[in-house]
Ligand binder design. Structure first.
Ligand code: COA
Length: 416
């Protein structure tokens, strides 16, 4: 089966997570992704948080599948020459170096554009161009703090809290992938490449859109009715942390199930959808609440929402999270068990859909990775193991027209 991005050649000058997550996804969809790494060490994640001595760490293997790897010291004359050749024949260059690194290497946007006017240069930085923090280097949690996620996550009486989800890293990579595909379609119309940039702060902020909604509501009316602070607590002039409250019009909360005393994940998320009030009452055996004016509208329930959650927790105390969801699903109530990473890794449905995949790796044997969350009717995403450091150096150099003697010379000079 031919893949939609087959024929697109990508120079993958990325490292750590944000850039690699983007290029990995494009590789899954058929692009020829050539990962350019520093000779000897490569992407720092190859050796970070290792679980097997001397083997590429999972941090690397789970973000670099389906790619080829070439080692290249792009600060040497030979390395620059190879990169120049690659630029002339590639479609996209993706990078997430610290600010200014590509320019210092001698590959400014203007120079790349001159070498290949069709080239799309896609970058991740911590902050956008011209931002007063544009010179800062940024990692995941820094971005979560700068993008509004940390100030709005956690408990109202605790400190700002970061999410386990990679809102700064992988999320920025996904935004960049959308930008690259858009620029590729744009180039089909104009023949011209362009610069595509996503800042981690902006990508986090984009996912915190509803919190910006809340800031404006708060400015106007002074309270936010879906937050636990309403109606009994106090609001200041900034969006507070809302614990596990639902962010939309439906109140929800994480509720304890049987076994919570010993199992840290024996919980479900329960949502009180307005129009599902009658089914909820039926599921809980509390039919007298259905038409009781003290309960039968969202407004009436507001000041006793935590009493209602306490009642549901009492109902849940002799049910496991799975038993509870099996009952509640029959009543069409939006809910789910809180799942651990172990449960997700072992989930038969995720294995069947390709969302959790077992992959072969030359050093590691098999390992689990998270597969494509995007499913297509005409594309089966096949995940292959990540490349070893420089595994494809000679192959790529030969494809660029270098002779075996020239390649040997580059190895001897440690340019590759
Ligand atoms: N050959 C020669 N030099 C290379 C090279 C190669 N193949 N690959 C990288 N380098 C050089 C760079 O040119 C840079 O040189 P210079 O700063 O001396 O000019 C140097 O390696 C360091 O690169 P840098 O990206 O600044 O690494 P770092 O480890 O200091 O910083 C980050 C790491 C992630 C903080 C930084 O890259 C960053 O802020 N990136 C943008 C935001 C981002 O993506 N954050 C991480 C998301 S997971």
């Amino acid at each position: 089966m031919s893949k939609p991005l087959e024929g697109i050649k990508i120079i993958d000058f990325t490292h750590v997570q944000a850039g690699p997550a983007c290029t990995q996804m494009l590789a899954w969809f058929g692009a020829d992704v050539i990962k350019v790494e520093r000779p000897g060490s490569g992407d720092v994640t190859r050796s970070q948080l290792r679980d097997i001595k001397d083997a590429d760490a999972l941090y690397f293997t789970m973000l670099n599948s389906n790619k080829r790897s070439i080692t290249l010291d792009t600060k040497t004359a030979q390395g620059k020459e190879v990169l120049t050749k690659l630029i002339k024949e590639a479609d996209v260059l993706v990078e997430n170096f610290g600010p200014g690194a590509l320019d210092r290497m001698g590959f400014s946007w203007a120079h790349i554009n001159e070498l290949n006017p069709g080239m799309i240069v896609a970058s991740v930085k911590g902050f956008s161009d011209g931002h007063h923090y544009e010179d800062l280097k940024v990692y995941e949690n820094v971005a979560q703090c700068a993008g509004g996620a940390a100030s709005t996550t956690g408990w109202w009486d605790g400190p700002p809290t970061v999410s386990a989800a990679a809102l700064g890293d992988s999320n920025t990579g996904m935004h960049l992938a959308i930008g690259i595909l858009t620029a590729i379609i744009g180039r089909q119309k104009t023949g011209k490449g362009q610069k595509v940039a996503v800042s981690m702060q902006d990508a986090v902020l984009n996912l915190c859109r509803v919190k910006m909604r809340d800031q404006q509501r708060l400015d106007r009316v002074g309270y936010l009715e879906e937050y636990p602070q309403y109606p009994h607590g106090e609001f200041t002039d900034v969006v507070p942390r809302g614990g596990n409250a639902g962010g939309g019009g439906q109140p929800g909360w994480v509720l304890k199930c049987k076994g919570w005393e010993t199992d840290p994940n024996a919980y479900i998320y329960f949502t009180i959808q307005g129009h599902a009030w009658a089914p909820i009452c039926k599921a809980l055996g509390k039919e007298e609440w259905i038409n009781d004016p003290a309960y039968n509208t969202a407004e009436a329930r507001q000041d006793k929402i935590f009493d209602i959650f306490a009642f549901i927790e009492d109902w849940l105390k002799d049910k496991t999270k799975y038993e509870a969801v099996d009952i509640l699903r029959k009543f069409d109530i939006p809910c789910a068990p809180v799942l651990s990473m172990k449960e997700l890794a072992e989930c038969p449905s995720l294995r069947k859909s390709g969302s959790i995949v077992e992959v072969e790796h030359k050093q590691r044997g098999t390992y689990l990775t998270v597969g494509s969350p995007i499913k297509f009717s005409d594309l089966k995403v096949e995940i292959t193991g990540s490349p070893l450091l420089g595994e494809h150096t000679d192959e790529i150099l030969a494809q660029l027209g270098y002779t075996p003697e020239q390649i040997a010379e580059m190895h001897a000079a440690k340019a590759v």
